[in-house]
Design a protein around this ligand. Structure first.
Ligand code: NAD
Length: 456
């Protein structure tokens, strides 16, 4: 996957394939190398998206001009249940990215054992340059274009980058107008609480990252990193997920030493820690974390390379790549964002002994509480926050335990194979946590596909 280009004498430039669909395939292919028992005829089916819808629609902007927008919705799998996945508004949304994020949702739902398949959607737009009225018109028109391709038992959207509770409220309202006389609340999750949203959904992904890290540290016995308390954290991204992560870890006694957003980052030196409420307040007033008094300004690249205990990428994909993986000085990486570490970086980090808790495990809190919201909507219930958090912790702990068990199994069988006189060419390398997590998810999906019976 890595190619060396340029003249060797002038230094080696590494080029990495960052195509999101190729990355999903590489991760999938790596995991199935450990699955001798997988029906080969199923592989292409498990990998390929079921369908992708591309839409194109005009929207009138506030100044009276008309602009054309392009959007996508991919359902990767419906084997476990209706499609489930966020809708992203970003200038760099593209079909390949949406497809690979939908596949990631399939594995995330299967691993978390929630009865959903994977889906994802997005609209190519720059939400920062659009007014609330314009965003509402884009959302309503996008939902109208999706028509009956979304629905409470078909495909259920949720928030993702630059979409939020308000966007979900517009989605619900538009769908409800199109389908009068039904309980349409379960068509979308991440809604405002008084519109059928679940308590705890706003912080659920961050809360899940917290529970995962806590459980992982309790099980993994990392030298010099016994628990979250006193751990020094760097967090990239200070939006829905990053800000919740910062607050939760800080409340638990960790020291958040650096945070960033799209405009850059800030850090404190030595034994200091950022006061997260002050950072939140500053960001609310100034629209950026940069410039907070008594902090040093750093770039997003610097943040990733800072010396710390736990690095939490909570913004974009592909930020830890072949060109900076070797410079990472964290003891542990927990993927709050989707796809922040590339396959080549995975290998570098593995060889450096830096565990990466993968996205499909670490950031599943959002989809798990979305599942709770969907159940509450169907049953016309509202659960207490304590019940939501307790149920989320139980699910996250169970997933971490399963992944750790599978990881040990894969690596023990690898050690045993060393004792045999097996052809060294056929020996599998030690598995990382992502491979163990994907192994479980793919195995579940394959089993359920066969249990349901191949049609006809
Ligand atoms: P968000 O829009 O609320 O926040 C994104 C943050 O990333 C912002 O602080 C933004 O300034 C920052 N950012 C944007 N471009 C950046 C750049 N180039 N460099 C550094 N920072 C940059 O989005 P979110 O909901 O917090 O999602 C963040 C990540 O978590 C995404 O990868 C998303 O797919 C993933 N995720 C979100 C959820 C959820 O429930 N919201 C669930 C699972 C995974």
């Amino acid at each position: 996957m890595n190619t060396k280009t340029g003249d060797e004498d002038q230094g080696v430039i590494e080029k990495e394939d960052l195509n999101p669909a190729h990355i999903s395939d590489i991760q999938f292919d790596k995991a199935i190398r450990y699955m001798d028992h997988l029906q080969h005829g199923l592989i292409d089916f498990l990998k390929s998206p079921k369908r992708t819808l591309s839409v194109c629609f005009p929207v009138m902007l506030d100044d009276g001009s008309v602009k054309t927008f392009h959007g996508f919705r991919t359902v990767h799998s419906r084997v476990m249940g209706p499609g489930k996945g966020g809708i992203r508004y970003h200038p760099e949304v593209n079909k390949e990215e949406v497809k690979s994020l939908a596949a990631l949702m399939t594995w995330k739902c299967a691993l978390a054992d929630v009865p959903f398949g994977g889906a994802k959607g997005g609209v190519i737009c720059d939400p920062k340059s659009l007014s609330q009225d314009e965003l509402r018109r884009i959302t309503r028109r996008f939902v109208t274009e999706l028509k009956d391709d979304i629905g409470p038992y078909i495909d259920i959207p949720a928030p993702d980058m630059y979409t939020n509770q308000q966007t979900m409220a517009w989605i619900y309202d538009t769908y409800d107008i199109m389908h009068p006389g039904k309980n349409n609340h379960p068509v979308v999750t991440g809604k405002p609480v008084d519109l059928g949203g679940s308590l705890g959904r706003d912080k659920a992904t961050g809360q899940g990252v917290f529970y995962t890290t806590e459980r992982f540290l309790a099980k993994a016995e990392l030298p010099k990193l016994p628990s979250i308390r006193e751990a020094r954290l760097a967090i990239q991204g200070f939006g829905n997920v990053g800000a919740a992560v910062a607050r939760l870890f800080s409340d638990a006694g960790a020291k958040v030493i650096a945070v960033s957003d799209s405009t850059g980052g800030i850090c404190v030196d030595n034994d200091d820690a950022l006061d997260i409420e002050t950072v939140l307040e500053y960001k609310k007033t100034n629209g950026t974390v940069v410039g907070l008094p008594e902090t040093r300004t750093i770039t997003n690249e610097d943040l990733l390379e800072i010396e710390c205990d736990i690095l939490i990428p909570a913004a974009l994909e592909n930020v830890i790549r072949i060109d900076n993986a070797d410079k990472i000085r964290a003891r542990l990486i927990v993927e709050a964002a989707n796809g922040p570490v590339t396959p080549s970086a995975d290998e570098v980090l593995f060889s450096k002994g830096i565990p990466v808790v993968p996205d499909i495990l670490a950031n599943a809190g959002g989809v798990i509480v979305s599942f709770f919201e969907w159940v509450q909507n169907i049953k016309h219930e509202q659960w207490e926050l304590e019940e939501v958090d307790r149920s989320l912790r139980a699910k996250m702990n169970h997933s971490v335990d399963q992944v750790m068990m599978k990881w040990h199994q894969l690596n023990n069988s690898h050690d045993e194979s060393h004792d045999t006189d097996q052809n060294p060419e056929e020996k599998l390398p030690p598995a990382d946590l992502r491979t163990a997590a994907l192994f479980l998810a793919i195995e579940r999906l394959a089993n359920v596909t066969l249990e349901r019976g191949i049609w006809p």
